[in-house]
Design a protein around this ligand. Structure first.
Ligand code: ADP
Ligand code: ZN
Ligand code: ZN
Length: 816
């Protein structure tokens, strides 16, 4: 008898054994997908990981339905890596498999299929089965795979569907495809012939009889006199009160020239390639340092201040590995940053660059998956957010992790709750590949490893092109409020600097780490604050929609006119968010264009790019935003950055609060003055003497590091201890309380380790589920594997207690 061992895409830790024929046995290879029945009537796409002849003892092996691949789509290295992730992050191998594969690879009975939009389908080209499916979709917008099984009258439908998905006829329903082509703003300038005083009078003479054209030329000069910014067609139309057809006529006459900022940016990048990218001496030094470090160590940290030109060093390094035919993985903390980077990399490496992330459609992801698997020249360099780590690399030579300190590299929910940086280091190891971590503000863990000889360390302390680090000025809010020097949330200092920058045509970033209008609505009479009925958290006021919203579950309600507790109509708002800042600034600078970048304005596949593009195109003068602004964006015309309130970051109840505040403030400040002129940063705070704020002001990363490291040591936190957080959730408060106490007691009796809790977290109920947490601290010098085994055993016995079984338990290893 012959068997295949498979992983199912379900939250199950075990692998399962299915029966195969002798022919199938010799055909199947590890890493091929196989459709198998599971449960009463479901079919799943499983992954073959072993072939054997050992009949299972606990159940009777079912037969497989069908082999789905001709060659493996998953490599042996991947399978081993996924098993490592499952074991290290204490989750089911099925969770890793499911999280790793593009969902179009994982058809199952419940998958909902619909017809791809905007694509012409030649019915004559379809096979009979394909036609039946296609035809059914003309009457119904979507079908479950289950329905298709009955339409075709057979169980083995996955290959037909897969083919139709590959041919772009079908898509999985959950994806919403949004198309966006970067907007090209049309600008005009005067052609060189007329760009002088005599030229102008010539011109006006020439246009004597064309009044409207003359008006436009005059408006152009008026605009130019107040502002050195590029003048867009739109602006000119508004100013002159004419139409763009008349501007077109002037372009045709050769008086104006039309150009696009977007295009200019691209051609700049192309120049860069022609010039063959010259590293500055400091960059070259760092490059040499990295290559040297790679001869001794697997991982190197590039600690370079903001705007030191880390990207250019990455490019040089990638070039070396590409020359040797290796694949390169480039991980970014934020999908939205890919557009910028792809532009920079493709201008250098042409079409060898591929992008992979969750906002890509399934079909796009499948395509990149296959390219990487085939070691295709089109995907030598893969840029992606953390999930790109799961691709089927063949010949990985280098992994670059930019902004390695970003917490978005850690997946929170659902499982696998992996850290992409740490998992990438493990993956690289199986290829004997090198890893470069880059950051201006490395995580404490990484800097600790780099200074303890585990990683190499290379530092750059100067910005590229002799640009100075921004000058940071602290504004004491207490004093400003006392002396009535505030307008809304802006100090006079900030407003003066803003006016100055705007007068020079420069752009401004204002940072407020909170979205919404103001976090809470409070009753002046009784102090009541409206809370989410499903979560233990106050609702956030969104002025623009006149709504109160829950940032945890999305619940919303219209803003009440009177207090739900005492009926008083005296309601006031407390605290403030980006939306309120935006409103204030619009009132203070009515003639300027104000934009906002936060989770509310960046929804959709390209929401973020749209805002970045209009800021780059200088359609926005002042950009107000949350920490999204702190992630490695490169703007060349920002001279001023204002941090509206540094304190709410500092006082987060989190052992990483000071480290994060330092990183966030330093990164946001780093957006200022990235070209010749020295940038300026204004930090408004009630605590100008706080150590962290002083460290930001003095650009003292090392001071922050030493101070925080000391605290981490004293209070038993990373990098000295690894943390495993156990979260328990249930709708029944008492049952949860009892269950978490049980678990806590067993843990602290059986683990010779600090176990803390069970604690009610700051937000102790979400979507009607109560929450308790238990924290286990494992010293880094203690063997981790055996400790985790004990923890797992305890969790299993917890689950075996009937009354606790309904309690959801989640382990988060190295939680962030
Ligand atoms: P970082 O990632 O370290 O903050 P960037 O890589 O974004 O810095 O570089 C900052 C700016 O300097 C970018 O606009 C980049 O194009 C420019 N730059 C850096 N190094 C070079 C170089 N060697 N040649 C030309 N331009 C460079
Ligand atoms: Zn809620
Ligand atoms: Zn009240």
């Amino acid at each position: 008898m012959y068997f295949v061992e498979v992983i199912l895409p379900l939250s199950l830790s075990k692998t399962f054994t299915y029966r195969v024929s002798e022919a199938e046995y010799s055909y199947i290879k590890k890493g091929m997908r196989i459709a198998v029945p599971f449960g009463k009537s479901k079919i799943y796409t499983a992954l073959a990981i072993e072939l054997h002849q050992n009949e299972p003892t606990l159940y009777e092996a079912k037969e497989i339905h069908q082999i789905l691949d001709e060659t493996p789509v998953v490599t042996a290295i991947q399978i081993a890596h996924w098993q490592w992730i499952a074991s290290y992050y204490m989750c089911a191998i099925g969770d890793v498999y499911r999280g790793a594969m593009p969902s179009a690879f994982l058809l199952e009975t419940e998958t909902v299929i619909s017809q791809a939009k905007d694509i012409f389908i030649d019915e004559a080209m379809l096979s009979d089965e394909e036609f039946l499916i296609f035809d059914a979709l003309q009457h119904q917008s979507s079908l479950k795979v289950q329905d298709i099984i009955s339409i075709l009258g057979k169980k083995t439908v996955f290959p037909v569907l897969q083919k139709m998905i590959d041919k772009n006829i079908l898509t999985l329903e959950e994806e919403v495809v949004e198309l966006y082509t970067p907007k090209l703003i049309r600008y005009v300038r005067l052609s060189a012939k007329y760009d002088s005083n005599e030229g102008l009078s010539d011109l006006l003479e020439k246009l004597k009889s064309a009044k409207k054209q003359k008006d436009i030329v005059l408006s152009f000069f008026q605009l130019k006199a107040v502002d050195k910014k590029p003048i867009s067609v739109k602006q000119l139309v508004e100013k002159s009160g004419t139409s763009s057809s008349i501007i077109k006529a002037l372009v045709e006459k050769g008086i104006f020239e039309e150009y696009h900022i977007q295009e200019d940016r691209v051609s700049f990048d192309q120049n860069l390639k022609e010039k063959n990218l010259q590293l500055s001496p400091a960059q070259q030094n760092a490059f040499d340092g990295i290559t040297k470090s790679f001869t001794e160590k697997e991982v190197c940290l590039l600690h370079g201040v903001t705007s030191s030109g880390k990207t250019e060093i990455y490019i040089k390094l990638i070039e070396e590995y590409i020359k040797e035919g290796k694949q390169v993985l480039f991980l970014l903390p934020e999908i939205a940053l890919t557009t910028q980077l792809v532009g920079r990399l493709t201008s250098f490496f042409g079409n060898q660059v591929a992008v992979f992330h969750s906002k890509y459609t399934n079909n796009e992801r499948v395509e990149v998956w296959k390219q990487v698997l085939d070691n295709s020249p089109k995907a030598k360099i893969v840029i992606g957010a953390r999930s790109a780590l799961f691709l089927p690399f063949q010949n990985l030579g280098l992994v670059i992790i930019d902004e390695e300190h970003e917490q978005t590299f850690k997946q929170h929910d659902p499982a696998p709750r992996y850290h992409a940086r740490d998992s990438a280091i493990v993956l690289a190891n199986s290829f004997k590949a090198k890893v470069l971590l880059g950051s201006a503000t490395p995580s404490l863990e990484t800097y600790f490893n780099a200074t303890n000889d585990k990683f190499g360390l290379v530092e750059i302390s100067e910005r590229y092109g002799n640009v100075m680090m921004p000058e940071i000025e602290l504004v004491d809010l207490k004093d400003k409020y006392f002396r009535k020097r505030m307008k809304g949330h802006c100090s006079d200092t900030l407003l003066e600097q803003m006016a100055e920058a705007l007068a020079l045509g420069e752009q401004i970033i204002l940072f407020q780490n909170r979205r919404g209008y103001s976090p809470v609505l409070e009753c002046i009479t009784c102090g009541h604050v409206p809370e989410c009925p499903q979560c233990d958290v106050s609702l956030t006021y969104h002025k623009n929609k006149n709504q109160l919203r829950c940032h945890y579950c999305g619940y919303s309600m219209a803003k009440p006119t009177n207090c739900h507790n005492c009926s008083s109509v005296d309601l006031t708002t407390k605290g403030f968010g980006t939306e309120q800042i935006e409103m204030e600034i619009k009132e203070l600078f009515p003639e300027k264009k104000v934009g906002r970048m936060d989770q509310d304005t960046t929804r959709g596949k390209y929401g973020y790019e749209k805002i970045i593009d209009s800021f780059k195109n200088r359609e926005i003068d002042i950009l107000v935003g949350t920490q999204m602004l702190a992630k490695g964006l490169d703007f060349d015309n920002v001279s001023l950055v204002g941090i509206m309130n540094a304190d709410n970051m500092l006082y987060h109840p989190d052992f990483r609060a000071f480290e994060r505040s330092f990183q966030m403030m330093t990164q946001v400040s780093g957006r200022a003055g990235r070209s010749e002129k020295r940038g300026k940063v204004i930090i408004q705070t009630y605590n100008p003497n706080h150590n962290t704020i002083q460290q930001v002001t003095n650009n003292d990363y090392f001071g922050m590091y030493k101070e925080q490291l000391y605290d981490r040591h004293i209070f038993k936190y990373p990098p000295y201890y690894r943390l495993v957080k156990i979260t328990l959730k249930h709708r029944d408060f008492d049952k949860l309380k009892e269950g978490s106490m049980w678990l806590y007691q067993v843990m602290s009796q059986n683990l010779d380790l600090p176990v803390l809790g069970p604690e009610e977290p700051a937000i102790s109920r979400i979507r009607n589920e109560y929450i308790r947490t238990i924290l286990i601290k494992i010293p880094t010098n203690k063997p981790l594997g055996s400790t985790k085994k004990t923890i797992q055993k305890i969790l299993n016995s917890f689950e075996a207690v009937p009354q606790y079984r309904p309690i959801k338990v989640v382990a988060n290893v190295d939680f962030y």
